[in-house]
Design a protein around this ligand. Structure first.
Ligand code: FAD
Length: 512
């Protein structure tokens, strides 16, 4: 049981100022649009329903809402002006990057505006000597590595969505990826961020150096899901491209053995660049899609990438091959060329869309558990899958215990979406019960707000609200997301984390 769970949840501070804002004055769309059109291009203030529609959700498309307006500023000064107006008029603001989020974090507020950072897509500078890059928040994750490549550098955190997701969204979600086991999450790869506050002030948090004095506000801002400020510039650390990288692929006849092999590799002192696992269902789907040469008779597959100098890689690859064989691998293969390595990763990176081909809809969950609990949790998930009558495919960052179960369902079958949500809720509760967390990298957003009281006691929830209040006195930034109100905490604990959705589900599921 986590320390957070052991707290006294009965000590409920009275709901009030520090309890998350839910009420806002009515918005008069045309009057509001007029204020923004004074300093934004007319086509940067979107008010017609048809053009707003694509902004109604993020990657978790079963949660949708239409905003009053969508705003597309081009300068930081314009962002400041927007925030000043919204602060004065108490209008909710939801920041948006590429909208690939998977927890409905960028879902609009019905009474507010969406502030899109799509036009902030410039790389402001790369300093090879300092191994850093200055970026506008709308720069795509992969574009950073592409631009840094000519200096022999790259940007470490690599979400599978990196072709589309933005660095501003990565900061807001503290995003991770395959290489985060060795190179850290977004928070470990930042030097500074520039933020426009809820009141429209422009502040820089962090510095060019590896540490700054005072409290670590950079860490606080990272993963704050658009609740504390609008990120308008990001300075990231760049890493030197390793001399060599190779992948060992190992198939196992049981999930238990593969889970034990994950612990074995780390225990051996090898920190792989990436250590990913797929279960039998995901192996089959990925192989049908990518033809990567995966062993389709295996119950579990590990992809273990080792990078570094040639000697180091040779040594670690030999150790990993040996260890996998000793731990019962039924097949072991190592990439011999860059093309082969890319193909092995192609299967893994396309596993989500591959699963999408075999089911009308799927729901991508995100939770973290201690590595030692992998086999137990996967076995429990099998049991739950039978209980709910829903198939589940597992593709995940095994090295850091970050699970991504994909629950397959058909939203057109009455009751199936509700069962999917209940199944997902049970998985997250299981993660908490074994000492893990309800989110690994996708954030809480709207999706996991019901699980928050399961992970945190009322005192911690009140502290979250106090932090929010310190940054956003009027509670206009992404209201209703990330942290439940204390009233909601009581309600969710009373009725349990499972629920019936208030609205009919969209027929498209998350893109995972
Ligand atoms: C196929 C697929 C694979 C994925 N794989 C991964 C993965 O491997 N690892 C991972 O971590 N995630 C993954 N994700 C989730 C998602 O891509 C990340 O959360 C990503 O960081 C979101 O970036 P975005 O630009 O799309 O942000 P959005 O979805 O637009 O926004 C996400 C949140 O950030 C806030 N926000 C956005 N920009 C700003 C800003 N400038 N200032 C303040 N707040 C802001 C929004 O309000 C929202 O709360 C995946 C998603 C998909 C669809």
């Amino acid at each position: 049981m986590s320390a957070a769970k052991q707290q006294d949840t009965s000590a409920t501070p009275a709901p009030g100022k520090l309890d998350g804002r839910v009420d806002f004055p009515p918005v008069y769309r045309s009057a509001l649009a007029k204020k923004f059109r004074r300093f934004l291009n007319p086509d940067s203030v979107i008010s017609d329903e048809e053009t707003i529609r694509p902004y109604e959700c993020d990657g978790l498309s079963m949660y949708c809402e239409m905003p009053q307006l969508v705003l597309l500023p081009e300068t930081v000064e314009q962002v400041q002006q927007i925030m000043r107006i919204c602060h004065a008029d108490e209008v909710p603001v939801v920041a948006r990057g590429a909208g690939t989020g998977l927890s409905a974090g960028a879902m609009p507020h019905a009474g507010g505006v969406v502030l899109s950072l799509a036009k902030f897509d410039r790389i402001l500078g790369i300093d090879p000597g300092a191994r850093s890059a200055r970026l506008q928040p709308g720069v795509r994750n992969l574009a950073i590595t592409e631009a840094a490549a000519k200096h022999g550098l790259y940007y470490g955190p690599d979400p599978s969505s990196q072709i589309a997701c933005t660095i501003g969204g990565n900061v807001a979600e503290n995003s991770g990826g395959v290489h985060c086991l060795k190179y850290g999450l977004t928070v470990h790869n930042l030097l500074s961020v520039e933020v426009v506050t809820a009141e429209g002030d422009r502040v820089t948090i962090g510095s060019d150096g590896y540490d700054s004095c005072g409290m670590d506000l950079l860490a606080l801002m990272t993963g704050s899901e658009g609740l504390l400020g609008i990120v308008t510039e990001v300075q990231v650390k760049l890493l030197p491209k390793p001399e060599v990288a190779q992948v060992v692929m190992a198939g196992f006849d049981s999930v238990q053995k593969a889970g034990d092999a994950v612990a074995g590799i780390i225990g051996q002192g090898i920190i792989p660049g990436g250590l990913e696992m797929m279960d039998g269902f995901a192996i089959q789907a990925a192989e049908d899609f990518a033809r990567a040469g995966y062993p389709t008779d295996a119950a579990a597959l590990l992809l273990c990438e080792v990078d570094g100098t040639r000697e180091e890689v040779q040594d670690h690859i030999r150790q990993a091959e040996e260890l996998f064989r000793t731990m019962g691998a039924t097949s072991v293969r190592t990439s011999g060329t860059e093309e082969e390595r890319a193909l092995l990763w192609k299967g893994r990176k396309s596993a989500f869309p591959a699963v999408g081909r075999i089911s009308p809809d799927y729901y991508c969950m995100d939770g973290t558990i201690p590595r030692s609990q992998l086999a137990h949790v996967l076995t429990e998930m099998d049991r739950m899958s039978a209980h709910y009558g829903l198939r589940v495919a597992n593709v995940f960052h095994a090295g850091d215990g970050n699970l991504h179960p994909l629950i397959l369902f058909d939203a057109n079958v009455p009751g199936e979406f509700e069962r999917t949500e209940a199944f997902g809720g049970d998985i997250l509760n299981l993660c908490v019960d074994v000492g893990g967390s309800i989110t690994g990298e996708h954030g809480v957003g709207m999706e996991k707000i019901r699980q928050m009281p399961n992970q945190f006691g009322n005192l911690e929830v009140s502290q979250f609200h106090a932090i929010k209040q310190a940054f956003d006195t009027r509670g206009i930034l992404n209201p209703g997301k990330g942290v439940p109100t204390l009233r909601q905490c009581q309600e969710y604990r009373a009725i349990g984390p499972l629920r019936q959705p208030s609205a009919a589900p969209d027929t498209e599921a998350s893109h995972g």
